[in-house]
Ligand binder design. Structure first.
Ligand SMILES: C[S@@+](CC[C@H](N)C(=O)[O-])C[C@H]1O[C@@H](n2cnc3c(N)ncnc32)[C@H](O)[C@@H]1O
Ligand code: SF4
Length: 435
């Protein structure tokens, strides 16, 4: 039996244990309007996600849904998103939107090119009780654009810095130098956003622990409030992912990443930051935000995903198909899945572990079931091996646990992303996708 077959076997056994299902299957079914409306109305609040699928360049490591920016596509895309907002206006009637995240791709490619119109439509048609969180590319952050973002209501700005040393920026094919990166972050910090986040990638080819330590100290000096520090993941459908040699040493990679993360942890903990997710560190006293951990959300735009109680669905990935579906008066939904309560509970646990601390009471409130009855034995085992502190109500992962439990979860998530995003990237309307 090959290593891949063995991994699949283990994965299937564990999925069965945690979800009670032999397979997780997305189908090309558009959920009924009335079902979407009912599920939205049953939520007390909802999060909103808007995907901007354009970039000025395609980076060789990036798994996200994006294509090269063009004025024409951006203009038509903005009009389509506004129509999608109008379609949901009735279904979202009076529902309070408690968080709004604009991600990509690169949202700032559309600054002055339709971004403002989409945001205005959203604030006009939805009951927005929140400000804006947005991802940005360093090269788009002139002083003028930073001011425009503030005027638009952005209070959380994330910058994809990726690296702070020239040789690593070069490997990643990023179109700026470390001196520019420093300057941009420092200027953005001077604009007093409520939270300034940078995305930083470690475990790059040939990178040393000393370089990562130096970069971490540097970013803190520049005035950030949060850093999302990911190791370089290899997705098979990206240019870097096609380098098969990386696959062979998966276990060596896991231990090396842990050592890198420990370097980052030590610097942040010594500088007034605390862990806010497996990969993120936030300055104490700053409110963190993470798009994927919001309990229920509506996703707009190409590849936007919506998680509404017992349904999850995702829009077509291809921009032209998304626009066509909306212009034809339909929903651009490509794939959906009905979620049993056991699957919803497993998803809840997955994301709470990602956040590294959670309350059992929140589980009880969400599912009207005892957390200890469902997962007590499993938590006791993890406590015994030093992966978490299992309090009366609060469960807090230790640093060791945060890393290793998540490495275990990655065994599923990276494979699932490859299957769902990899298929959707090449086929805008798949018949089905089995995870
Ligand atoms: C949507 S992009 C950020 C905004 C903007 N597009 C940019 O590149 O500056 C999201 C972030 O995900 C991270 N990312 C992308 N591909 C990754 C990979 N293969 N491994 C680890 N992190 C990755 C990068 O830090 C990237 O900045
Ligand atoms: S890393 Fe950012 S700029 Fe590069 S392809 Fe991905 S989304 Fe686009």
């Amino acid at each position: 039996m090959s290593f891949d077959m063995f991994s699949d076997l283990i994965r299937n056994k564990l999925v069965q244990k945690f979800t009670g299902q032999t397979k997780i299957e997305f189908q090309n079914i558009i959920p009924d309007d009335t079902l979407i409306a009912r599920n939205i109305q049953e939520l007390s609040t909802i999060g909103l996600y808007l995907h901007i699928p354009f970039c000025n360049q395609i980076c060789p490591y990036c798994p996200y849904n994006k294509e090269l920016y063009s004025d024409d596509a951006a203009q038509r895309y903005a009009q389509a998103v506004i129509k999608e907002v109008e379609k949901y206006a009735g279904l979202m009637a009076h529902k309070k939107v408690s968080s709004f995240y604009i991600g990509g791709g690169t949202p700032t490619t559309m600054l002055g090119k339709g971004l403002e119109d989409m945001i205005n439509a959203i604030y006009k048609h939805f009951n927005m009780a929140c400000t804006i969180h947005i991802e940005s590319h360093p090269n788009h952050l002139s002083n003028q654009n930073l001011d425009t973002l503030k005027t638009l209501g952005v209070n959380y700005l994330s910058i994809g810095i990726e690296a702070l040393q020239d040789r690593h920026l070069k490997v990643l094919e990023r179109p700026y130098k470390s001196a520019d990166a420093n300057n941009i972050v420092e200027r953005a910090a001077g604009k007093n956003f409520e939270c300034l986040n940078i995305d930083y990638i470690f475990d790059l080819p040939g990178q040393t622990f000393a370089e990562v330590e130096q970069a971490t100290r540097e970013m803190i000096k520049l005035g950030i409030n949060q850093a999302a520090t990911y190791p370089l993941f290899h997705f098979p459908y990206t240019r870097f992912g096609q380098d098969v040699t990386k696959k062979r040493n998966a276990h060596v990679t896991m231990f090396r990443r842990r050592k890198f993360l420990k370097v980052v942890e030590d610097v942040f903990y010594g500088s007034g930051f605390e862990r806010s997710s497996v990969w993120a560190f936030t300055q104490k006293g700053t409110e963190k935000y993470c798009s994927v951990t919001v309990p229920s959300y509506l996703g707009l735009g190409a590849s936007g995903g919506s998680y509404l109680r017992d349904i999850f669905y995702v829009n077509t990935f291809k921009v032209a198909e998304y626009i066509k579906a909306i212009e034809n008066g339909g929903f651009p939904i490509a794939l959906s899945i009905g979620l049993t309560e056991k699957v919803q509970m497993a998803a809840w646990l997955y994301w709470r572990i990602y956040e590294t601390k959670f309350r059992k009471g929140d589980f009880h409130q969400r599912f009207d079931r005892s957390f200890d009855m469902e997962y007590g034995t499993f938590m006791k085992l993890l406590e015994r091996i030093g992966f978490l502190d299992n309090g009366h109500d609060l469960i807090r992962l230790t640093d060791k646990g945060a890393y290793w439990i998540h490495a275990f979860e990655d065994f599923f998530s990276i494979d699932y992303i490859n299957k769902l995003w990899g298929t959707s990237k090449y086929n805008p309307w798949p018949n089905h996708v089995i995870l």
